[in-house]
Each structure stands twice: as structure tokens, then as C-alpha cells.
Ligand binder design. Structure first.
Ligand SMILES: [Ca+2]
Ligand SMILES: [Ca+2]
Ligand SMILES: [Ca+2]
Length: 141
């Protein structure tokens, strides 16, 4: 219940950006099925997220921060602001950078909301339902 209220609050704050970031998250979630069995487990999602971290930490200082996408901020401010949102979500101690440990320890609200029956696996039906929810959210702009 608390989770739903948080989601609703985020939705009120920035509907378009929120739907967009959820859409990005879904792409990552769907791509996390590394063994290709059509089911995304928590482990697969955690590994995908760790891989994402490695990609985002461009200057290899062990944390993802604004310093990693200065060029992006100049040429694609919209994409950069989406990254800001992502970093803020992972940045548990609010020091402006998301460390690897923070990435690994961060909650998985998207995974949890997609895993409707709470068995730690997102099967094809759950994935389709989660995508439909986010598409509906995007259309409400
Ligand atoms: Ca799998
Ligand atoms: Ca960095
Ligand atoms: Ca499930």
C-alpha cells in the first residue's frame, strides 16, 4: 500500500518524466532475461542492473554521478535529466552519486510491482501486464 502511495506521489510530481523512467526501467527489466527462458528472476535483474552500473560509470571512479555524462548533459539535456532521476533513486545517502554498493542494495520497486504474485520471478504474463500498465500511464499525459 505504501509503495502504491509513493508511486502515486511520484506520478503527481512529474507524470511525463515518471512514465518515461518507468518505460526505461521496463526495457531494462525485459532485457534482463539472460538465460532466455522468458522469465526474469530477481538474480537476473540484479545482474542486469550491475552491468548497467558498469556502463554508466564512464570515468570509472566507482560511482555514477553527473561527472559521468557531462557531454550528454550538453547535447541531450532531456536524457541527462532522466539519468539524474535514476541516480537520485539509487543514491541512498544523497551525496549526489550512486556507488556500486548503492546500486546493488537499492530496492527494486519496478521488479516488485511487476512480480504480481511475489514469487521472485516475472513470467511472460506478469511482464505483459506490467508493460500494459506503463503504456496506459504514458497515454494519460
Ligand atoms: Ca531468465
Ligand atoms: Ca563515475
Ligand atoms: Ca512472479
Amino acid at each position: 500500500m505504501k509503495k502504491m502511495m509513493l508511486a502515486a506521489a511520484a506520478l503527481l510530481a512529474a507524470p511525463a518524466a515518471y512514465a518515461q523512467s518507468q518505460g526505461d526501467g521496463m526495457k531494462m527489466l525485459a532485457a534482463a532475461d539472460s538465460n532466455g527462458d522468458g522469465v526474469v528472476t530477481r538474480d537476473e535483474y540484479a545482474r542486469a542492473r550491475a552491468a548497467n552500473f558498469a556502463r554508466m560509470d564512464r570515468n570509472r571512479d566507482g560511482a555514477v554521478s553527473k561527472a559521468d555524462f557531462k557531454r550528454l548533459a550538453r547535447f541531450k539535456p532531456e536524457a541527462a535529466s532522466r539519468l539524474d532521476t535514476l541516480i537520485a533513486a539509487m543514491d541512498a545517502n544523497k551525496d549526489g552519486q550512486a556507488t556500486r554498493a548503492e546500486f546493488e542494495a537499492a530496492p527494486m520497486p519496478l521488479f516488485d510491482s511487476a512480480d504480481a504474485n511475489g514469487d521472485g520471478r516475472i513470467d511472460a504474463n506478469e511482464m505483459a501486464a506490467a508493460k500494459a500498465r506503463i503504456d496506459a500511464m504514458k497515454q494519460q499525459r
